[in-house]
Design a protein around this ligand. Structure first.
Ligand code: SIN
Ligand code: CO
Length: 361
């Protein structure tokens, strides 16, 4: 972390020595047919790039050539338990920074072209071989004709061939291109960072209505004008004053970051338990077996506030350590769920945000 994170590329040979693909091509093709899974296929013919968005039905695969295409499936960790296990290996970085696991399955010669990403990524090689080339070139001009982000000119400076279990870390903005030497898979463990523009938009949006800038513009003493088309300068000054006067507390800003960071992506839907048990039975089962967060749940905390799936709660101090532990470990073991917390946890259980653990954890 000290030497490479957000600083420079880092090749780690044998990063996960015994790494086994958590998915096969037929499994990926089945996932790519679902409308709740984001899938894309990138094809190259000559110098031309093609991009198709899923869902892809069975017949789609029959019409593909043998080489030079890539299937990309986003959010693999949400639908394949083994991919969630893989993502959890990166929990040495705060969950607020972890985004998802994307997998790419490429046929020989396949790739998505030279490009830059604005986020950090770990590229973990699954089956087969892939050649990665990178460059720290400042020129990030894109090919205006390509249907995806492709650098107009790519001048690679370093190249490596990655085999199963090898992993390449890239900080944001390093130009890179991976080309499959033979059919291969690459797992991209991707990161995210709060976008300040989005946070500002959220800060002034409806759910923080009580914290807006307050009073509207007033203009007592306004004089008749011959230039009604002119925008009064005092409107701008008034707005500037209101912005200057408003101080947002760390608590408020924490709420914005916490709620935005735990808001599930637009296509994510939780499955409510089809026949939920009663609150009493839930409390007993949670105590006997423990609980675990759903893979789709995003749970974070800051000071005394807990954020989960875009909502915030301020639990009594005696429940905070356990809720923080639930956020860190994404589970609570048997006999460690305080009885007083059952009401809150039951609500989350009914929403499909957490489950009774199947085995005693
Ligand atoms: C890929 O796995 O083919 C693309 C991943 C990336 O370049 O970010
Ligand atoms: Co990339």
């Amino acid at each position: 972390m000290a030497r490479y994170w957000q600083r420079r590329a880092y090749l780690i040979r044998g990063a996960i020595a015994d790494f086994r693909d958590p998915v096969s091509l037929p499994m990926l093709q089945r996932l790519a047919a679902r409308d709740d899974v984001q899938a894309r296929v990138v094809m190259q013919d000559g110098a031309r790039w093609h991009l198709e968005h899923g869902p892809f039905q069975h017949r789609f695969w029959k019409n593909l050539p043998a080489k030079r295409w890539t299937l990309l499936v986003q959010g693999l960790n949400l639908v394949v338990p083994g991919a969630d296990t893989l993502l959890q290996r990166f929990a040495f970085i705060p969950y607020a920074r972890l985004d998802d696991v994307m997998v790419s399955y490429a046929t020989a010669g396949g790739g998505v072209g030279p490009h830059v990403d604005s986020y950090d990524v770990f590229l973990l090689q699954g089956m087969g071989l892939r050649r990665w080339r990178i460059s720290t070139q400042p020129d990030r001009a894109l090919d205006p004709h390509a249907p995806l982000k492709i650098l107009r000119s790519f001048r690679p400076r370093q190249a490596w061939q990655l085999a199963r279990g090898d992993m390449l870390y890239l900080p944001p903005h390093v130009a890179h291109e991976g080309v499959a030497i033979e059919p291969c898979t690459t797992y991209s463990i991707g990161f995210r960072a709060p976008d300040y523009a989005e946070l500002c938009a959220e800060l002034f949006a409806d759910r923080f209505a009580d914290r807006k800038l307050g009073s509207a513009y007033t203009d007592r003493g306004l004089r008749p004008t011959k230039h009604p088309g002119a925008l009064p300068g005092r409107m701008i000054d008034g707005f500037a004053d209101a912005l200057r006067r408003r101080r947002f507390s760390r608590k408020t800003l924490g709420d914005v970051v916490g709620m935005v960071s735990t808001t599930p992506k637009a296509h994510v839907m939780f499955d409510r338990p089809p026949s939920p048990v009663s609150m009493r039975r839930f409390a007993a089962a949670a105590q006997a077996q423990g609980i675990q967060l759903d893979v789709r749940s995003l749970m974070l905390y800051f000071d005394a506030t807990i954020y989960i799936n875009g909502e915030r709660i301020a639990p009594p101090a005696r429940h905070q350590p356990k809720l923080r532990q639930l956020a860190d470990d994404r589970a609570l073991t048997a006999r460690s769920v305080p009885a007083g917390m059952a009401g809150q946890l039951y609500e989350w259980y009914c929403a499909g945000w957490l489950h009774i653990a199947h085995h005693a954890t």
